[in-house]
Design a protein around this ligand. Sequence first.
Ligand code: ADP
Ligand code: ZN
Length: 429
Amino acid sequence: MFWDQQVETAGRTELERLQLHRLQETVRRVAHIPFYKQKFTESGLKTGDIRSLDDVRRLPFTTSADLRANYPTGMLAVPLDDALRLHTSSGTTGKPKALFFSRKDVDNAAELCARSFVMTGVTKKDVFQNMMTYGLFTGALVTHYGAEKVGCLVIPAGPGNSERQLLLMQDFRTTFIHVTPSYALYLATFLEKHGINPRRDLALKKAFVGAEPYTEQTRLKIEQGLGLDVYNSYGLSEMNGPGVAFECERKNGMHLWEDHFLIEIINPKTGEPVLDGESGELVMTTLCREAMPLLRYRTRDITSIIAEPCECGRTHRRLNRITGRSDYMLIVRGVNIYPQQVERILMSQPGIGSNYGIHLQVLYEMTGRVELAQTGFDGQVEHLMSLQNHLAEKLRAEILIKPQVRLVQPGTLPVSEGKAKRVVDNRKL
Ligand code: ADP
Ligand code: ZN
C-alpha cells in the first residue's frame, strides 16, 4: 500500500538528484539568517559551493543549544507573517525550543504522516484514536493532520483517562492509535484489570508507538497486551515532529523519508561519518522546510542505517531502532549505561510488570524499583527475594554493575501520560 508510490519507490539516483537540488535551495534559503550567515563567513563557504551531496559536510552543524540561543525567532527564514504555526519541543532535556511552520510545512508534515500510516495498510475506513499529548508538543497535531489527510475518522483523545479511552475505543470501534510506549503498557495493564480482552472486545489493529525509546521486548509486550501490531514511529520537533521515519508492514527498521531529510550518521565525539550499519548519532538536514530550515541538526539520537533495499519496494533507507541519546547516558561507577539496556532485561523477565524506575541517590549506587506483574507474587517472601536477586544478576551481566532491585506491588509507581521519566538522578556529582 502506497500513499505516493512514485516518490516512495523512486530510484536512488533520482532521489539523490532531488536531494541535491533541494539541499542547494535550502542553503540559499538559510544564508540570510544571522546565525548561518556568520557560520558561512567563518568557514569561507559560498552558497554556490554545494555541488554534490558529499559537500553537505562543508556545512556547519546546528545543535539544540544553537536553537535555544536564537530563541524565540532568531532561526526564522521567513517573515513572521508567513509562519502559520508554533510548536515547541517537549523539553525533556532543558528549556524548550521554538519551532515555526509555514503553511507548506504544516502540509508537508501531514503528508509524511499520511505516507507513514498508509504503508502499514491504514485507509480512510480506519478510526484513529490519537493518544499523543495535544498542545505545544508536535506529537499530537502532526499525526492528527496526517490521519485526516488519509481520510480517517480522528478522535483527538490525548493521553490518560483510561476509562474514557476504553469507552471511545468500544463505542467508535477504534482501529489504530498513536501512543508512547509507557502509556501503551499502562493501557494494556488497565484493560487486563478490567477484564477486557482486546482481540475479542475491541477493534484495534495497529499501534504506532514512539516519542521515546523502547525495546523489541516492549514491542512484544504491547502487541500481546493490546492485541495488535506495533509499528515504530520516530520523529522530533526540530524535524516536523512525528513522520520522519516509520516502519512499513515488514516491521524491520523505519523508512526515513529521504526526499524531505538528508541524513548522516556520525561519530558523536569526532563528528566524522561512520560506515553504513555502524552506530552513531543521527544528523539531519531539512530539504523542504520553509519557515525554519535546519542544516546538519545534531539529534543526539543513536542509531544506524540499514542500506539494503526493503522487501516492501520503498527505496528510502531505514533506521534501526534508536538505542538511546548520546546525551542521555548514565554513568555509574564509570560505566556508561543506557536506560534501554535496563528495560530490555526487565521486559524479558516473567513475573515482571511494565512499570519501573531507576534511582540514583549516592554516587556509586543504582536502585531499580520494579513493579511485579498482576499475577507475579504468590505471597512467599523467599520467592520475592530470589526474584530480586535474579534480576540484579541479570542486570549485572548486561550493565556490568550490580544494582539494588526492589520489587513493588503493581500500580504503585507513578504513571506518566506523556514521555516517561524513568530515571531520577539525585546524585551530587
Ligand atoms: P525533546 O528532545 O524535547 O524530547 P521531542 O519531543 O521532539 O523533543 O522528542 C524527540 C525525541 O524523542 C527524539 O529526538 C528521540 O530522542 C525521541 N524519540 C522519538 N521517537 C522515538 C522512537 N520511535 N524511538 C526512540 N526515541 C524516540
Ligand atoms: Zn519497507
